[in-house]
Design a protein around this ligand. Structure first.
Ligand SMILES: NC(=O)N[C@@H](CC(=O)O)C(=O)O
Ligand SMILES: [Zn+2]
Ligand SMILES: [Zn+2]
Length: 437
């Protein structure tokens, strides 16, 4: 059923004043008080907070290649339930998204599913091998309009390749999203290197392996005059380097993941591989520094690094388990928690870090806008007064590897609208199969 006219009644826009919002033919049509229903479907949004639809800079959708862990459909359904209207899909699929063909396929699958816009990220190097630059220009010129490139899962560790890639993307105002991990410093690494790794006898992944690459790439971005974005920043030392770079006016941006804002390496003591992730869970001093940096804007955005893994790749011995955890359906709740909880959070900062800024970084012009007549109606409605318990089997993702199982979290997503159509209503996915035939 197509429903083109909606009246959202009484939502608190950006958590501030309540207003009625009329949505017609995909766009905001009227914003005011006491608007008449006039044939529109009415959504009672009293007490709900309206935010621009969230935008994820870092999602692993696993299609093509590992549809047993996630598909574009299941991943974007998880996104919609998490309040997202757009996700950037990482390139480490099988085959790797290193050609126009693969990025166009992923883009089209997103459009067909109809739950969130999928913006493919292209690989920097062919096959993520870190040797030969992929055809960035061809991917940019394709229907998928790729502007962001990343070898995520791997670091672009060769400084010459990184330099050339930065030079190349500069020609079309693109950017490189770096997974900062000096591979020589993390060989065999199983967890954060610190007091606990020594005690548990697990090989360490030192903070300096991340910080050394971030420092190098800040210098390269400055030298080349191009843009670098740092994925999943996890240490206090990285925050210091990024802050210094920004003070100098160097064009760098950074994201932090919800799990790094909430969890520490102490979880590893359970040897439950659900807590294994790259970069690893760090120390409480890192968590504190990341929270402050996010609140202050030194870290620009929250990104999920949603990394679904099939049961057999996660429910095994720690050393053999794949790194990565689910994120899309829990990110908003954890961000609110990390920014002071539902009673104290500044919703404008949530909108900035989870929607406006990531949309700007990714170049998604129709996303990340506050309600304004004429803009595309991409938004989400959040109930800040409710809490929910994370039950893995109730998530929309195919995979089950959430590190937050059993946790009681603030805020529920009541509805999400993509281009003026509900993808989630009353907390449940809508049927989108008619929309996209
Ligand atoms: N974060 C992870 O631990 N894993 C990611 C890759 C990555 O983001 O580096 C994955 O693709 O599973
Ligand atoms: Zn990564
Ligand atoms: Zn990732």
């Amino acid at each position: 059923m197509t429903d083109n006219h909606w009246l959202i009644r009484g939502a608190k826009l950006l958590g501030r004043h309540a207003a009625d919002v009329r949505v017609s033919d995909g766009r905001y049509a009227q914003i005011g008080n006491g608007l008449a229903a006039e044939g529109a479907t009415v959504v009672d949004a009293q007490g709900l907070v309206l935010l621009p639809g969230l935008v994820d800079l870092h999602t692993h959708l696993r299609e093509p290649g590992r549809e047993d862990a996630e598909t574009v459909l299941s991943g974007t359904q998880a996104a919609a339930r998490g309040g997202y209207t757009a996700v950037c899909a990482m390139a480490n699929s099988q085959p790797v998204a290193d050609t126009a063909g693969v990025v166009e396929q992923v883009w089209r699958l997103g459009q067909e599913a109809g739950y969130a816009d999928v913006q493919p990220i292209g690989a920097v190097s062919i096959g993520l091998q870190g040797e030969t630059m992929a055809e960035l220009g061809t991917m940019n010129a394709s229907k998928a309009h790729v502007r962001m490139f990343s070898d995520d899962g791997h670091c672009v560790s060769d400084p010459q390749l990184m330099r050339r890639a930065l030079e190349y993307v500069k020609t079309f105002d693109g950017l490189i999203a770096q997974h900062a991990e000096e591979p020589r410093l993390t060989q065999g690494a199983q967890m954060h290197e610190g007091e606990l790794s020594s005690r548990l006898g697990l090989a360490g992944w030192p903070a300096v392996a991340e910080e050394a690459i971030i420092a190098r790439d800040v210098l390269l971005a400055d030298y080349v005059g191009s843009r670098v974005h740092f994925c999943h920043v996890s240490t206090a030392g990285s925050v210091d380097i990024i802050a210094a770079a920004k003070r100098k006016g160097i064009n760098v941006t950074a994201e932090v993941c919800p799990h790094h804002l909430l969890l520490t390496d102490e979880r590893v003591a359970s040897y439950d591989p659900v807590f294994k992730v790259n970069p690893p869970l760090r120390e409480s001093s890192d968590v504190a520094a990341l929270r402050t940096a996010l609140a202050e804007g030194i870290i620009d955005a929250v990104a999920t690094d949603h990394a679904p893994h099939a049961e057999q790749d996660k429910t095994c011995e720690w050393a053999h388990a794949r790194p990565g955890m689910l994120g899309l359906e829990t990110a908003l709740s954890i961000t609110v928690e990390a920014l002071g909880g539902p009673d104290n959070v500044d919703w404008d900062i949530v909108a900035e870090r989870c929607s406006r800024t990531p949309a700007r970084i990714a170049g998604l012009d129709d996303h990340g806008h506050d309600p304004e007549v004429g803009q595309q109606a991409n938004f989400t409605l959040i109930d800040p007064t409710t809490t929910w318990t994370v039950v893995p089997d109730e998530l929309s993702s195919i995979a089950r590897n959430t590190p937050f199982a059993g946790l009681n979290l603030p805020c529920t997503v009541q509805a999400t609208f993509l281009r003026g159509e509900a993808t989630v209503l009353d907390g449940k996915l809508t049927d989108r199969s008619q929309e996209t035939a």
